[in-house]
Design a protein around this ligand. Structure first.
Ligand code: KG4
Ligand code: ZN
Length: 346
């Protein structure tokens, strides 16, 4: 069965062809370069970019897979959460192809698609049940998953998502957007510095929820104090070595929390399998820390391949097809749901 996947929830325009087990094509065109100067995604610019490029991205993904629209059996499209104007482009295209060629289409929850993106790995697909950790720019959440599409929310962020904290800290430090990849690199050049330490919020000893706004604000105060002191001494700018040490301390604080919450979720669910997804799953230090955890606690940890960490249509096609095979359906009333939540399914 061939599935066309479409993803336009934020700043990546993506189309894919998957066949349930294999990714035949996965084209991603990002508008990130247009947002850089604003320090974050500008919804109107992202929406216009999708309209301009979606047809070209679709054509390239069909060409790469050596298939045509008539070979496609199902269209899977992200219908939330995300930016409403951005989501509408993918949904309108999915409906147009579905209606005009008489093919079924299905709306897919973007967070769940990240959660199950490790299933795109050619070998080493996760076994159920497992603890799912989604760490992206918009979401940070823990799930208990018993089968594809059968999952229960264990905890989620009460304020900023972890990727959002990376992006905001990078902005405070003048490192540009997106913040995750640059902080990942800068932290490698930084060191543990006794003078720089940021708070970690665990929200009580049993909580499986997250909070990252405190660590971000602590970085802001620390940097403001440094800048004020420099101003009084009539020098300007932060030394690169100090910026690297701040990146190191921020990253360790954020990752300590993620690791601790995975340990708690494992104790709570009695599961030793963990599956991670979302843009922050590309982080090299998170991967190192999870390998350490796996060794120390006899856990099995799965990461998506790097190309499936960030937003992509292949993960939408994969989950859409799996849910369709289980009987899920959408119709022409499918709408863009900017705040779409994950429903607990037993
Ligand atoms: O999953 P994604 O592409 O979009 C959302 O659904 O939000 O994630 C984007 C987020 C951004 O916040 C970006 O800074 C973060 O993922 N990110 C990283 C890394 N690469 C991307 N964060 C930490 N380390 C990275 N290497
Ligand atoms: Zn995403």
């Amino acid at each position: 069965m061939l599935t066309l996947g479409l993803e336009t929830s934020c700043d990546e325009t993506s189309a894919s062809v998957t066949d349930g087990r294999k990714v035949l094509s996965n084209i991603v065109s990002s508008s990130v370069h247009l947002h850089k100067r604003y320090g974050g995604v500008v919804p109107e610019i992202a929406s216009r970019f999708h309209v301009e490029y979606i047809i070209e991205v679709l054509s390239r993904s069909l060409k790469d897979s050596r298939k045509s629209l008539k070979d496609i059996r199902l269209i899977a499209v992200t219908n939330g959460p995300g930016l409403v104007g951005a989501l509408l482009t993918g949904i309108s295209l999915a409906k147009s192809i579905g209606y005009s060629l008489d093919k079924p289409f299905i709306g897919v929850n973007h967070i769940l698609a990240h959660l199950y993106s490790s299933f795109l790995n050619e070998d080493d697909k996760p076994d159920f049940p497992f603890i799912g950790l989604v760490v992206s720019g918009g979401h940070t959440a823990l799930f208990y998953c018993e089968a594809i599409g059968i999952q229960r929310l264990l905890g989620s962020t009460q304020d900023d998502a972890v990727g959002e904290a990376y992006d905001k800290v990078a902005k405070i430090l003048g490192l540009g957007y997106p913040g995750g990849p640059v902080i990942d690199q800068r932290a490698k050049r930084g060191h543990r510095n006794a003078a720089i330490s940021f708070p970690k919020s665990y929200l009580g000893k049993d909580s499986l929820d997250f909070s990252f706004s405190g660590v971000k604000t602590a970085v802001l105060y620390y940097v403001n104090n440094l800048r004020n002191a420099k101003y009084e001494r009539r020098t300007t700018g932060l030394r690169q070595a100090v910026i690297n040490d701040i990146c190191y301390a921020f990253q360790e604080a954020a990752l300590d929390v993620l690791v601790e919450k995975v340990i708690r979720a494992s104790e709570f669910t009695k599961s030793k399998r963990v599956v991670i997804g979302g843009g922050v799953a590309a982080n090299s230090r998170l991967r190192e820390r999870m390998v350490e955890l796996a060794v120390n606690s006899a856990m099995k940890i799965h990461f998506p391949e790097l190309k499936y960490c960030m937003d992509n249509a292949a993960m939408i096609g994969y989950l859409g097809e799996a849910l369709y095979k289980k009987g899920a359906r959408s119709d022409l009333y499918l709408s863009a749901e900017p705040n779409l939540e994950v429903v607990n399914v037993k």
